[in-house]
Design a protein around this ligand. Structure first.
Ligand code: PYC
Length: 316
């Protein structure tokens, strides 16, 4: 129906989910971010095209849990693509579940096949391998623990002790929290972790944007189960690729997991990522983590941004 009020901008995207956590990959119709590295393009995206981010992942087209990814030209010619990850409140450095979704999306489009592929992200190059069984292993950026057993005073909760780690995003990882890591508790866990993050940010670690509460697994063969609070207040339905990488960095630093040994991390809904690490610099506690998971395509879609729609750029 042509109401004669203007031509909608068309944005082509592929939706997938990785262990229950959704990703929307924009493959055409995104803004021109100029030349430069993916980090430079991400800066332009954040400064000049934040409305596009909102339009793709926020309501009414998306939701708080949706992670978006914009395919861009890499400057590194060895890379299959450049990718900028984003969510309901801003840009993400790296995204493990999103990279698994990216690989499955590019395979679905016939652009890549089984084998190893390099991707330029905002925080460095990662290598993702599509296996013949459809699973994907992501060799994430170098990861490390920045602070061990940091205690913060959380108003209404009391002292909480955790580790701060980098794995493409910043995490505060907590073992002693007294919470049951079960899906029916998601709302309470979200509130609990949000209060912890506020205290962590105010008390020495302003960079932390993800909080990971972990505990005992519920499935045979798993080593841990976790709840991960994401920057915009949603919780990760997957075990979180960068969150599992951060966990591996802490296990490595504590000598609790040997180089090359497998770690199976369950999410709050029971999906599992398998991880392992290789030492990059043992003396400085820097590891190269690899995370394996599987993603499924859920939609091939064209988003329409109608100039007449007062909410075409999404809700803030
Ligand atoms: O898998 O790394 C991840 C991730 C980050 C935020 C949501 N998922």
């Amino acid at each position: 129906m042509d109401l004669g009020v203007g031509v909608p901008q068309r944005v082509t995207a592929i939706d997938s989910h990785t262990g229950g956590e959704p990703t929307r990959i924009v493959i055409a119709g995104g803004p021109d971010l100029g030349a430069g590295s993916v980090a430079e393009k991400a800066r332009v995206f954040g400064e000049k095209h934040d409305c596009f981010r909102r339009a793709v992942v926020n309501e009414p087209r998306g939701s708080d849990v949706l992670v978006g990814a914009l395919l861009v030209e890499p400057v590194d010619a060895t890379c299959a693509a450049g990718v900028i990850f984003f969510n309901n409140v801003g840009l993400l450095g790296m995204c493990g579940h999103g990279t698994i979704g990216l690989v499955v999306t590019l395979a679905h489009l016939g652009r890549i096949g089984v084998g190893a592929h390099r991707f330029e992200t905002t925080v460095g190059v990662v290598t993702a391998t599509l296996h013949a069984d459809g699973s994907v292993s992501v060799a994430n950026v170098d990861s490390f623990r920045k602070a061990h057993a940091a205690t913060v005073e959380v108003p209404g909760i009391g002292p909480i002790t955790g580790d701060v780690a980098w794995s493409g995003n910043w995490f505060f990882l907590v073992a002693e929290h007294g919470q049951e890591i079960v899906h029916v508790n998601a709302a309470a866990l979200t509130g609990f972790a949000t209060r912890i993050r506020r205290a962590v940010n105010a008390q020495g670690f302003p960079e932390v944007d993800h909080v990971e509460l972990y505990g005992s697994p519920t499935q045979a063969g798993s080593h841990s189960r976790s709840f991960v609070l994401c920057p915009g207040g949603a919780y990760d339905r997957s075990p979180c690729g960068t969150g599992t990488s951060a966990k591996l960095a802490c296990l490595a630093a504590d000598g609790k997991l040997a180089e090359g040994a497998e770690w199976a991390q369950e999410s709050i809904i029971g999906s599992v990522f398998r991880g392992s690490f290789r030492w990059v610099d043992r003396a400085r506690g820097i590891i190269a983590p690899t995370i394996t998971g599987i993603a499924y395509i859920t939609a091939e879609t064209t988003l329409l941004l109608d100039p007449a729609d007062p909410f075409r750029w999404g809700l803030t």
